[in-house]
Design a protein around this ligand. Structure first.
Ligand SMILES: C[S@@+](CC[C@H](N)C(=O)[O-])C[C@H]1O[C@@H](n2cnc3c(N)ncnc32)[C@H](O)[C@@H]1O
Length: 204
């Protein structure tokens, strides 16, 4: 029962159990490594404009923002608790004007969150009610040539292997006419996948 309640917290961390879920995300080796891995893979140019959705404790942001000199990260969370936690972790990025935190739903972003070179979501896509509509919504916020990157590592409670999820996401990316659709695999146990696709026209 309590285990189930903690698991639910990974969808929307709140209160005491939400703090526990946030602590697990911030310290669990697989999660720390996965976030570092994708930040290293993305290797953004100093001027890159990045949107991260469902950033949780803000590990990827911490690895990404120091690479930016004129670029910027908009960080979006539905959880007020995670937004505060990640903003504490990335205070120097906020103070340097490189990171801004927003409470919003990735499925329905405010209009001002637009014009990104990279949109990143790490272990958040499984919570979307309508993945195709949400991906289309995110693609809409990309610049031409911008890249959508969705990382998935099966949580302990999931029976969807990373490869199966990669195939599903790639089919959606292709349906939306993203190009260069592929996935990178993180050799971990269990493996993680980063599904990637580039926007090359405005008709998605
Ligand atoms: C499993 S956690 C992953 C957190 C982080 N990406 C990481 O890898 O450490 C999922 C996060 O996505 C957030 N989230 C879930 N659905 C969301 C949505 N529709 N929009 C924005 N954030 C969402 C949750 O609040 C939670 O912090």
């Amino acid at each position: 029962m309590i285990k189930q309640q903690i698991i639910q917290q990974f969808h929307h961390p709140r209160g005491l159990l939400g703090r526990l879920a946030g602590h697990i995300m911030a310290t669990r080796r697989t999660n720390v490594e996965r976030n570092r891995w994708i930040a290293a893979k993305l290797d953004p140019a100093p001027s890159t404009r990045i949107l991260e959705i469902g950033h949780g404790p803000g590990l990827a942001i911490a690895a990404l923002w120091p690479r930016l000199t004129s670029g910027h990260i908009d960080a979006v969370e539905i959880s007020d608790l995670m937004s505060r936690t990640a903003s504490r972790r990335n205070r120097s990025g906020v103070d340097a004007g490189r990171v801004k935190f927003h409470i919003a739903d990735a499925q329905q972003l405010p209009t001002e969150l637009d014009g990104y070179d990279i949109i990143l979501g790490v272990n958040v896509s499984m919570f979307w009610c309508d993945p195709l509509a949400t991906i289309a919504h995110l693609v809409d916020r990309l610049n031409l040539g911008g890249e959508l990157v969705i990382v998935y590592m099966p949580p302990p409670t999931s029976d969807t292997p990373a490869k199966t999820m990669a195939a599903k996401l790639e089919a959606l990316f292709n349906q939306l006419e993203l190009t260069d659709v592929h996935h990178d695999t993180m050799p971990f146990n269990p493996p993680a996948v980063a599904v990637r696709g580039t926007k090359h026209n405005d008709h998605e």
